[in-house]
Structures are given as structure tokens and as C-alpha cells.
Design a protein around this ligand. Structure first.
Ligand code: ATP
Length: 235
């Protein structure tokens, strides 16, 4: 029998006040895989990550992580179960140095990377370790945002649009870093609008439209379905 997926989202509905943003989302993330949520602006990708983390509070349906229900839990409890979240705006503290930013997240479980290991894995950050957050390029900020959450020891990472606003060569570097994380056994759920980037890193794509899942494609099925996917993305 197949192993239960690490994350199971079933009939997930979510609201901002009275406005419903997710309308019955269904998808799974198998352990060790990198799954993307792709779709156009406003489709509900970021809201899905925020609902998993309990940042969007008003949600119904089921989100199971390692079999445990997350709906009803607080964000800090969800983080303690082993889920780390990197928001779209990256949330780098401008008045703190790279090293200080790296040291911020709490170590929540064994197996988190030490500062030294993080600087080893992200050599760009080593060169900048005493620079203030404001002095970093967009790519360096994104590396720092990803590196920082590895400190927690969480093995499941939610990454919101790591490629956003970055030059193609930097996007490629970030993609290589993310692939390395996958090789090291992290499970990753990644929101993307950049199809090329999504293709570079993913095992599976979940296509989102109007707060629902309209398609799930294995990486090797994407090319054959590109025309349809592009209409969903509006490109
Ligand atoms: P984007 O890449 O633009 O963030 P997305 O697919 O991630 O796109 P969401 O940000 O999840 O989309 O937005 C889903 C819906 O929820 C949209 O209709 C959006 O306008 C709405 N929405 C998002 N954030 C809020 C908020 N803080 N308050 C009210 N409505 C929101």
C-alpha cells in the first residue's frame, strides 16, 4: 500500500472577512516531493499557504499534516509540528545583519541547520554576513529568507514566489538551491507564476483557478498540456 501523503488538503474553503477566497481546494503533497501551486494573480495560491499556516484564520475543510488536522490550530502550533513558511515579501529585517537575521527563528526540532551550516550551504550569504538587510540584493534577500527557515529544523517548507522580481540568472541560482534542498530530503510546496522556474524544480504541478484546483500534472506531463496551462496562467 502507498504511503500516506505528508500533506493532505481536502475541500479547503477560506475567507477574508466575508469574502471567500478558496472554494473547496483538494490536493496532496507526498513526502520528499516538490509540488508547485501555479495559477494567475488572485487565483488563491498565497491564500492556500496562509491557510495551511493558520494565518488566514477563517477556514473550513481539512488540512492534515502527518495525519494530524491543522484546522483549528494556531500558527505557532502549526510551526511546531514542523512546517516552515517563507512569505512573498520575504520579511528580512532591514536593520539587522545577515547573521542576525539568520539567528532569528527558534529551533523547533532536532536537525535544524546551524549558522555555520547555513553559511556553508549559501556561500553568497557568507560574503555578506555582516551586511545589513537593506544592503542585500533581491536575490540575496531571497536566499536569506530561505536559509533562515532551515534553522527551525522543519522538514516541510512553504515557499511563496521565490523567483519574484529577480533577474533570470538569479532565478536560476535560487532554483539550484531549492533543488539541493529537495536532494537533502526536504518536502516543498512552492507558489509560482514563473512557469520556467516551476518546471526547473517541480515533481508535480497543482494548477489553481478561482480558489479551486483545476488540474494536477506530473512534471513530465506539463509540456504536453502547456497550451491549457498557459490559458490558466493567462500568459
Ligand atoms: P498573488 O500572486 O497575486 O498573491 P494568489 O494566487 O496568491 O495571487 P491570493 O493572494 O491568494 O492569490 O488571493 C486570492 C483572493 O483573495 C484574491 O481575490 C485576493 O484579492 C483575495 N485576497 C488576498 N489577500 C487578501 C486580504 N488580505 N484581504 C482580502 N482579500 C484578500
Amino acid at each position: 500500500t502507498a504511503k500516506a501523503p505528508l500533506l493532505q488538503v481536502e475541500n479547503l474553503n477560506a475567507w477574508y472577512a466575508e469574502s471567500q477566497a478558496l472554494h473547496g481546494m483538494n490536493f496532496e503533497v507526498p513526502e520528499g516531493e516538490l509540488v508547485t501551486l501555479i495559477g494567475r494573480n488572485g487565483a488563491g495560491k498565497s491564500t492556500t499557504l496562509r491557510s495551511i499556516m493558520g494565518i488566514v484564520r477563517k477556514r473550513k475543510g481539512s488540512i492534515r499534516f502527518r495525519g494530524a488536522e491543522l484546522i483549528g490550530r494556531q500558527t505557532y502550533e502549526i510551526a511546531r509540528q514542523g512546517i516552515a513558511y517563507c512569505p512573498e515579501e520575504r520579511a528580512i529585517f532591514a536593520s539587522l545583519s545577515v547573521r542576525e537575521n539568520l539567528g532569528l527563528p527558534p529551533v523547533l526540532s532536532a536537525g535544524g541547520s546551524s549558522d555555520e551550516e547555513l553559511l556553508e550551504q549559501f556561500p553568497n550569504l557568507r560574503a555578506r554576513q555582516n551586511s545589513m538587510g537593506t544592503m542585500l540584493s533581491g536575490g540575496e534577500q531571497q536566499m536569506l529568507a530561505i536559509a533562515r527557515i532551515l534553522r527551525t529544523g522543519s522538514r516541510f517548507l512553504l515557499l511563496d514566489e521565490p523567483s519574484e522580481g529577480l533577474a533570470p540568472v538569479v532565478v536560476k541560482e535560487i532554483g539550484q538551491q531549492i533543488l539541493r534542498l529537495k536532494q537533502r530530503g526536504y518536502t516543498i510546496l512552492l507558489v509560482e507564476q514563473n512557469l520556467k522556474f516551476a518546471q526547473m524544480v517541480a515533481d508535480r504541478h497543482v494548477v489553481v483557478e478561482h480558489g479551486q484546483v483545476v488540474d494536477v500534472l506530473a512534471a513530465d506531463q506539463l509540456q504536453a498540456n502547456m497550451a491549457r496551462v498557459k490559458t490558466y496562467l493567462g500568459v
